[in-house]
Structures are given as C-alpha cells and as structure tokens.
Design a protein around this ligand. Structure first.
Ligand code: HEC
Ligand code: HEC
Length: 175
C-alpha cells in the first residue's frame, strides 16, 4: 500500500506544480457554483473543502493553510459563530482561529503555516471538544469532515454531542 502510494502522490504533486491537475479540477467542478446571493469571500461555501480552491494547487486567493466550518452538533448543520479553533502543530506552534456567523474559519500561511501533524480543539465558552487523533493529511477540515458520516468521512465538525448541552449553544445569526 505505502510503496504504491508514492508514485501517485509524486505525480499529483508534479501536476499541481504545472497548474493543471485534472483530479483537483474535477473535485472543484463537483462542488458546483456559488450559492446565489453569496459573494465569494469569508461567508461562502460553508462545509466545503476550502483548500480545494484556496490550497497550494488552487487558484483562489487568498491562499489558505487551514480552513473549515464548525456546526452545533452531529445531527444538525446549524453553524456556530465565534468558536475558537485551536491549532497546535508538530513543533508545538499554536494558533487560534475564530469562526464567523456561517461557522467558517480560515487561516492564511502568513498567519500560521503549520508543520503537520496538527492537533485541534474547538471551543466556545465552556464547551470544548478535541479531535482525538492528529490531522496528518492537510489543513482542509472538510477533506474528511463531510456529510453524511460514512467510512470515508468523519461527518461535519461539531461542537457538542451532549444532548443536555446542545440546546444551550447560542444561535448564530448573520446581519
Ligand atoms: C470552488 C472553489 C472555492 C471553494 C471550495 C472555496 N472558495 Fe473561497 N473563493 C473562491 C473564489 C473563486 C474566490 C474569489 C477570489 C479569487 O478568485 O481568487 C474566493 C474568495 C474567498 C475569500 C476572499 C474574499 C476577499 O474579498 O478577499 C475568502 C476569505 C474565502 N474565499 C474563504 C473561503 C472559505 C473559508 C472556504 C471554505 C469554507 C472557501 N473560501 C471555499 C473559491 C472557492
Ligand atoms: C484526515 C481526516 C481528518 C481531517 C483532515 C480533519 N479531521 Fe477532525 N476528525 C476526523 C475523525 C476521523 C474524527 C473522529 C475521531 C477523532 O476524534 O479522532 C474527527 C473528529 C474531530 C472533532 C471531534 C468532534 C467531531 O466533529 O467529530 C473535531 C472538533 C474535529 N475533528 C475538528 C477538526 C478540524 C477543526 C479540522 C481541520 C483543522 C479537522 N478536524 C480535520 C478526521 C479528520
């Protein structure tokens, strides 16, 4: 498995450098167009893999090193506003990003260019939840955290799965 993976990864990296990676282009096309009425920016495409377009091989600017979307609980896609996403990389460097009113957070390489693996905790007030394992793949949370929960997917990122607490998470509202 491991030795078979190397040439593919190398091939993709080379294609990425040449700027025409058909796998990536396909993946981006599958995400579809912008939601009508939402301008490309901090509030667009919640839940989508931001780095597909904003990562190293992508063309959208700014380039992002880490990005994702935080939701209230495992069963619901209500976003969580003002949650802290605490990131700790392999060198113990630490950076805290904050979600906006659609639950999105994003980090540019200028802010923080983590050395993988990356450990993460999401926090809001007294709520705190760790990702138990480290993120080895890249900083694109939705590359694993997509719905529905399945063998190849961790489901969306959520703040709490404690039924007693779910109802107390503040409702996010964009003005
Ligand atoms: C399908 C591709 C795609 C995805 C996925 C995507 N974006 Fe974008 N994003 C764009 C494009 C295109 C622009 C417009 C700027 C440009 O063309 O470089 C943009 C612009 C932005 C900007 C800059 C706005 C400005 O005024 O400078 C931010 C911030 C941003 N996106 C954040 C995100 C976040 C966070 C996510 C994930 C939740 C995300 N994007 C997902 C394509 C994408
Ligand atoms: C390589 C796949 C992968 C990536 C990338 C990834 N995660 Fe996870 N995440 C998982 C898996 C699997 C779990 C469940 C097991 C665990 O906690 O380790 C999880 C669990 C979590 C949890 C615990 C609650 C929940 O939502 O399940 C949080 C919080 C979390 N991840 C946040 C993040 C954030 C923030 C990012 C991006 C910086 C991220 N993850 C990137 C795979 C991933």
């Amino acid at each position: 498995m491991r030795s078979g993976g190397t040439p593919l990864a190398l091939g993709l990296a080379l294609l990425g450098i040449s700027g025409c990676d058909p796998v990536l282009e396909d993946r981006i096309a599958q995400l579809g167009p912008e939601t009508p009425g939402v301008r490309p920016g901090p509030f667009h495409r919640p839940g989508q893999p931001c780095l597909a377009c904003h990562g190293e091989g992508g063309r959208a600017r700014p380039q992002l090193s880490v990005a994702g979307t935080v939701y209230r609980d495992p069963a619901d896609t209500r976003p969580v506003d003002s949650a802290e996403v605490i990131l700790i990389d392999a060198t113990q460097a630490r950076y805290t990003a904050t979600t906006n009113c659609v639950g999105n957070f994003f980090v540019t390489p200028g802010d923080f260019a983590p050395v993988l693996p990356l450990w993460t905790t999401v926090r809001l007030g007294t709520f705190s939840i760790d990702m138990e394992s480290a993120v080895h793949l890249n900083g694109d949370c939705a590359s694993c955290h997509t719905d529905p929960l399945a063998r190849a997917s961790a489901g969306h990122v959520f703040l709490t799965d404690d039924p007693a607490l779910i109802g107390t998470v503040p409702e996010a509202r964009c003005n």
